[in-house]
Design a binder for this molecule. Structure first.
Ligand SMILES: NC(=O)c1ccc[n+]([C@@H]2O[C@H](COP(=O)([O-])OP(=O)(O)OC[C@H]3O[C@@H](n4cnc5c(N)ncnc54)[C@H](OP(=O)(O)O)[C@@H]3O)[C@@H](O)[C@H]2O)c1
Length: 238
């Protein structure tokens, strides 16, 4: 193994087997990262890894992003495989695509835990390793966490992610760790499969568009951090 590879970036992505996480994984591998990805569906992670064909540069770690011990184990597995950790992407998330009047609170619980507790436990689990490398934390929020989607609890969870990004930034910036909120508008991914009729009509991005912003945040030079990226397809109003 060359010195370049030993020193290269190592990034852990939650929900890395589909959509934005999968596009980010491919891009980071292209840019010389070694990448670890999590997700609840072991078979999906294995299928994706086989598609990518990155060999030892891609580690799959099945697990639940809402469970601290599982996330901590994913961090430990990443460091054990690649020697260090230079970035994490809190990407796992979902929407119930409903509203406060008609939605199912039991489904909101799962959404709240995944979208809000998940990124928080990733920050906690990854911080010791990231402090050693002055690494990067990227939180995938949403434009729904920048502007309110009326009556929509998903929007509430993503406002919490926006708050978590600034909250975490203030906590860690003195240690040299950087924090970035990447807040995308609509993206064509399996996220919309659970919505009747799929994604709403109108302009929509590809996962690669968002992956480029995540990679941009992760690749800033030492001493510089991009704190917030809001990215929409031109023509998306909210
Ligand atoms: N698509 C959009 O229009 C859009 C817009 C703004 C923001 N976002 C955000 O972008 C992020 C990625 O979503 P996406 O659009 O790429 O959709 P996606 O393809 O459905 O990706 C979500 C990923 O998260 C994983 N996941 C869900 N719950 C998990 C859990 N408890 N533990 C571990 N992994 C979990 C899923 O894998 P498993 O099911 O195997 O666990 C899946 O791989 C989400 O945070 C979403 O809110 C999406």
């Amino acid at each position: 193994m060359s010195a370049k590879i030993i020193d290269g970036p190592v990034t852990l992505i939650t929900g890395g087997g589909t959509g934005i996480g999968a596009a980010t994984t491919r891009l980071l591998l292209d840019r010389g990262h070694r990448v670890a990805i999590t997700g609840r569906r072991k078979e999906r992670l294995e299928e994706f890894a086989a598609e990518v064909g990155a060999g030892d540069a891609l580690l799959t770690v099945p697990g639940d992003a809402t469970d601290f011990e599982s996330v901590q184990a994913a961090v430990q597995a990443t460091v054990a495989a690649f020697g260090r950790l230079t970035g994490v992407v809190a990407n796992a998330g979902l929407s119930t695509h409903d509203d406060l009047a008609d939605g199912d609170p039991d489904q909101w619980r799962d959404m709240l835990l995944t979208n809000v507790l998940g990124p928080a436990v990733l920050v906690k689990a990854a911080l010791p390793a990231l402090r050693e490398t002055q690494g990067r934390i990227v939180l995938v929020g949403s434009t729904a966490g920048v502007k309110n989607t009326p009556g929509n609890f998903y929007s509430v969870t993503k406002w919490a992610v926006s708050a978590l990004a600034e909250n975490a930034r203030v906590l860690v910036t003195g240690s040299g760790v950087g924090v970035t909120l990447v807040a995308p508008g609509r993206v064509e991914t399996p996220f919309w499969d659970s919505r009747e009729g799929g994604a709403p009509g109108g302009p929509i991005m590809t996962p690669d568009n968002v992956a480029a912003s995540i990679e941009f945040a992760l690749s800033q030079p030492a001493g510089i951090e991009i704190n917030s990226v809001v990215i929409r397809p031109t023509g998306q109003v909210f």
